[in-house]
Design a protein around this ligand. Structure first.
Ligand code: GUN
Length: 283
């Protein structure tokens, strides 16, 4: 079997077209959606992510505000920036790029964001609402994966979804969203014993562990759908996922590539959440 490629660039583009249309309708009514991103320090990966977020929001027709703060910024100063953005009526989405320097309490900063502007979906109120299936901002990566599965026509109800990874940003919410669509969900992680015995049962396998090419054909059931959330460098410095794509595509029925799979969907969902927030604020 050679797997069908699930093209995150194409799906993201389609969705961004819809978002752009929503933005211009809202702007015509006098309300331009605005996204503010706070970047603390000089971490190269964070700088790249933030640049992409800024570029994409401008392309969608949104107002974009980037606040760069030095790694030495105090927690109090950072909280005061968040507070100002909470009060700014031209800003509908606030994102504080993680990770933050060690001297700053990340939980405290996330909790300081007005839940109505929590377009990352990281605030405990957003997480709680998601857990009980209430409408709220959903975290962008798992939300993007659900959108991808939906737009690829993947049936979820009754399927066995196995997730490798249990982070608050990806693994945990991913399982919840799949459960809400009636999948049977299994979580695996670094302490799971005999990982292939679980992953081999997956109809849908989500891999979010941060280890280059860790998952091979030996982990995958014939015909499974494989979603690769990883973003790593291989031994030659080339971008690669957590899945060994060349091996996996021989057994999977569909698979996301890296780059060009989950990545473009994550930013797209950030724009979607920002548009949704502006729509609610400007009603
Ligand atoms: N760092 C890595 N991914 C993310 C994300 O989705 N949101 C934020 N705020 N920081 C991140």
């Amino acid at each position: 079997m050679t797997a069908k490629i699930i093209d995150g660039v194409a799906i993201g583009k389609e969705l961004r077209g819809e978002i752009k249309e929503g933005v211009s309708i809202l702007e015509a009514s006098g309300c331009k959606p605005g996204l503010a991103v706070i970047l603390v320090g000089e971490d190269p990966a964070s700088q790249t992510y933030v640049k992409n977020k800024e570029k994409s929001s401008v392309e969608a027709g949104m107002k974009s505000e980037l606040i760069r703060l030095p790694a030495t910024v105090t927690e109090k100063e950072l909280l005061s920036h968040v507070d100002q953005l909470n009060k700014d009526e031209t800003i509908h989405g606030i994102l504080v790029q993680l990770p933050l320097p060690k001297h700053i309490n990340e939980d405290l900063v996330i909790q300081a964001i007005d839940p109505r502007k929590d377009v990352d979906g990281f605030h405990p109120q957003s997480v709680g609402k998601m857990m009980i299936g209430q409408e709220t901002f959903l975290p962008c990566t798992p939300h993007g994966i659900m959108e991808m599965l939906n737009r690829t026509g993947v049936e979820i109800a009754g399927k066995h979804a196995v997730i490798i990874g249990r982070s608050n940003i990806v693994g945990k919410p991913m399982g919840q969203l799949l459960l809400q669509k009636d999948a049977t969900v299994t979580y695996c992680h670094s302490r799971t014993k005999d990982l292939p015995s679980f992953t081999k049962q997956a109809d849908i396998l989500i891999v979010a562990i941060g280890r280059a090419k860790f998952v091979t054909d030996e982990h995958i059931k014939d015909g499974a759908i494989v979603i690769d959330v990883g973003m790593n460098r291989d031994e030659n410095g080339k971008l690669c996922g957590d899945v060994d794509f060349e091996k996996a595509k021989t057994v999977a029925s569909a698979i996301t590539p890296v780059p060009g799979g989950v990545g473009p969907m994550t930013i797209t969902m950030l724009l979607k959440n920002t548009l949704q927030s502006a729509e609610m604020a400007c009603k």
